[in-house]
Design a binder for this molecule. Structure first.
Ligand code: IMP
Length: 185
């Protein structure tokens, strides 16, 4: 099977390629721009994205993710892309200065549209903590400041390990289960 991932994020693409290629699924990147609407949930953003992209492509998946920090009442959450562009990791660390409870959830919602069939979404989360300093050179986005085990950041682990525990890796596993259930795989 071949799956088209519509994204301009190379970091996400690398994770899709790793997770799906081991299952024999060919992954193709497609960079069609679309608007991520301001909404309360990642799922709403994804469903709206699917609506926009259906005019352009027949079959594809898209991914909207966010970092939800407990002490910041879930911020940046659905605003993660904007906050990364404006404040970056240093800005998040400043907001967390002196905050003892550093719990956060990384969440991922994948939307899948296959031909004329009804689109669907799958979601998963990875609990962890916001580190006190950025660590590591790998990964992308918030990876240097997020740790699932409280010690190593996502930027210090390789793609295979990240996929085995991350929000995206777990959501991809759910996607694969749904596709198998529908006999698409
Ligand atoms: P979006 O899903 O592209 O809207 O992502 C929102 C923001 O979160 C962007 O700045 C991404 O770089 C960042 N992001 C999404 N997924 C991850 C991840 O797995 N690790 C680190 N940052 C991420």
């Amino acid at each position: 099977m071949r799956l088209t991932v519509i994204t301009s994020n190379e970091g996400k693409m690398k994770e899709y390629a790793q997770a799906l290629s081991v299952l024999g699924i060919e992954v193709v990147q497609c960079r069609i721009p679309y608007t991520e609407i301001q909404a309360d949930t990642l799922e709403e953003v994804v469903l709206n994205g699917i609506e926009q992209l259906t005019a352009e492509r027949d079959s594809f998946i898209i991914d909207d993710s966010g970092l939800f920090i407990k002490k910041l009442n879930g911020f940046p959450g659905v605003y993660s892309a904007y906050v990364m562009k404006t404040l970056g990791n240093e800005g998040i660390l400043k907001l967390m200065d002196g905050v003892e409870n550093r719990e956060a959830n990384f969440c991922c919602c994948i939307g899948c549209k296959l031909g004329g069939k009804e689109p669907f979404t799958v979601s998963a989360a990875c609990p962890g903590v916001i580190l006190r300093h950025p660590i590591g050179k790998g990964g992308f986005g918030f990876d240097p400041i997020f740790s699932h085990d409280g010690t190593r950041s996502f930027a210090e682990i390789d793609t295979t390990e990240k996929n085995s525990i991350s929000h995206r890796g777990l959501a991809i596993a759910k996607l694969v289960e749904v596709l198998k259930g529908r006999r698409e795989l």
